[in-house]
Design a binder for this molecule. Sequence first.
Ligand SMILES: [Zn+2]
Length: 182
Amino acid sequence: MNKKNNINNSKGVIIGDNNTQNININKKNNHTKYKGEKENNIIYEYLAPILMKKLGKNKIILIGTISLVLFLFGFFSYLNGVSSIKLISYLPSLNYNWMIYFLIITFIIAVIFLGSLYFFNITQCKKCLNSFAYEEYKLPDVDEIKLHDGHKIITIRYYKCKYCGNEKTENFDEFISNEKKN
Ligand SMILES: [Zn+2]
């Protein structure tokens, strides 16, 4: 049948009652721990400071939001246009060739501007308030937990302000569900 009995043991995921046989305990609890890779934000490291300097935060929010709204409007209107039934009744049905370019451009602008805003927020130092201050100073710790319906991946990243040395850690949770093969 299936392996539910083993899996129930993995609930309440706390490791290390005891340092002995840590590896075995981790395996039994379906934990895999390892060092991850640092984030690669080359685009935002380059673009976000330029946009912030040239436009300021409010214009970045405005342009990013408008682009996202235009993209969503265009995307669902285009879906209405190309499908046989009208999927969203309160939007028009549009089916023009140029809309593909419109969608690509609005999507790219939204990703660049909203991504830059996000990058600005997460890299602003909480202590000295300098912008683009936090940098990852060591490899992240990754804890991969096998659950009955998939994998939970917890990544802990370590940041340090390059101006005042303030440190912070951020946890990122990701869940990857099992493929259904029944
Ligand atoms: Zn600082």
